[in-house]
Design a protein around this ligand. Structure first.
Ligand code: TXA
Ligand code: MG
Length: 349
């Protein structure tokens, strides 16, 4: 398949490329496009045949439902009812990185929701995404625009890497500001439950309602009795080809442990990368040091996380040793993605 790639200036709202891409959506094709979280791979959410193409292009398991992206807060056509809490969440966090799960209406094909009775909906804040959705006049179903299992793309080049030849159109124009996927909150259950942590944090959500809680399976290694509630969260994910190991604990001890492990791996003739922070980067004399961000502003680490994991592959690393982040605020989202990239391999110091 021929893929058209267009990089546009996000300040130019009336862009010909957006119109072309919207036509592709209307005709049942696939368009990769930027959002403020990560790039999405979009199709008409109401067209089961178009949605099926997303699953094929990504190699996505059929039991993994898609999020519907809208350009305004009138979600009533897609859900059975809009509870007060959902309205409050939309007012507080939309447009932005929050996906709300509600009981779906019959308008939403079972293909989109992977046969669940519920559907996740989000209004992104990216101007290109909003314009594309509005221009197509349709809700757009969009998972992250990566081949299943790889780190989500946060710029156009990474979409091209994964999807060229597999989709009709790739629209670029911005680097995703947040860098990790949206927070998902399930409002179809009582009390409401966070199914995936993101930039809208537990702490922020609890200001709206105190009893909102995080799916316990996200905080430790899932097992037979502790399965993630979001189908997609059970898959190994976000992983570069290198083996990732997280070292968690006091920062000085972490640095000491990483340096010891680096020497060991170098002796075995392995290429070792270190995911460090501004605060620690000068303390690693050996190994390929990559800076995720600054501990003073953990959102910088979220922003760079997936791009850095992909860069590990570009460098041909065999082993990647990562510092951990405090599991609070956006740190919960960083640790959730890192832990999955590491296949739950964590060394506590
Ligand atoms: O930030 C984001 O949400 C990005 C951008 C493109 O908007 N999209 C994204 O989609 O991350 P995806 O498909 O990569 O992740 C969607 C996650 C999956 O883990 C899926 O299982 C879960 O949301 N999900 C979707 N609908 C659901 C539902 N009705 N019930 C439970 N989990 C659901
Ligand atoms: Mg994804």
């Amino acid at each position: 398949m021929d893929t058209k790639v267009a990089f546009i200036d996000k300040s130019v709202i009336d862009n010909i490329a957006i119109k072309e891409a919207a036509e592709v959506i209307k005709k049942g094709g696939l368009v990769a496009f930027p959002t403020e979280t990560v790039y999405g791979l979009g199709a008409n959410a109401l067209d089961a045949a178009a949605v099926e193409k997303i699953f094929l292009a990504k190699g996505r398991p059929q039991d993994n439902p898609l999020i519907i992206h809208v350009a305004d807060k009138d979600i009533s056509p897609y859900v059975k009812k809009v509870p007060t809490l959902a309205k409050e969440l939309m007012d507080a966090f939309w447009p932005g990185p929050l996906t709300i799960i509600l009981e779906k209406s019959s308008l939403v094909p079972d293909k989109t929701s992977a046969n669940l009775d519920t559907v996740g909906i989000r209004m992104p804040s990216s101007p290109i995404a909003l314009k594309l959705i509005a221009e197509s006049g349709l809700p757009i179903a969009a998972p992250s625009a990566n081949i299943s299992g790889r780190p989500s793309p946060t710029d156009m080049e990474r979409c091209v890497e994964d999807l060229k030849g597999r989709v009709d159109y790739i629209l670029g124009g911005e680097i995703s500001a947040v860098g990790v996927e949206s927070t998902i909150i399930d409002c179809s259950v009582e009390p409401p439950c966070i199914l995936r942590p993101g930039a809208v944090t537990l702490e922020m959500l609890q200001e709206i309602r105190k009893d909102i809680y995080i799916d316990p399976s996200l905080l430790e290694k899932p097992n037979e009795n502790l399965k993630p509630k979001a189908p997609g969260m059970k898959y190994k994910h976000y992983a570069p080809k290198a083996k990732v190991i997280i070292i968690e604990g006091d920062l000085e001890k972490t640095i000491e442990k990483i340096n010891e492990m680096v020497l060991n791996y170098i002796e075995q003739k392995l290429m070792v990368g270190i995911l460090a922070t501004e605060e620690s980067k000068d303390k690693y004399p050996k190994g390929e040091v990559m800076v995720l961000g600054t501990r003073a502003k953990p959102e910088t680490a979220a922003h760079n996380l997936f791009e850095t994991l992909r860069a590990c592959d570009d460098k041909g690393l065999d082993i990647v040793l990562s510092e951990a982040f405090p599991r609070e605020g956006i740190g919960t989202a960083i640790m959730n993605r890192l832990t999955k990239a590491a296949g739950y391999h964590i060394i506590k110091v």
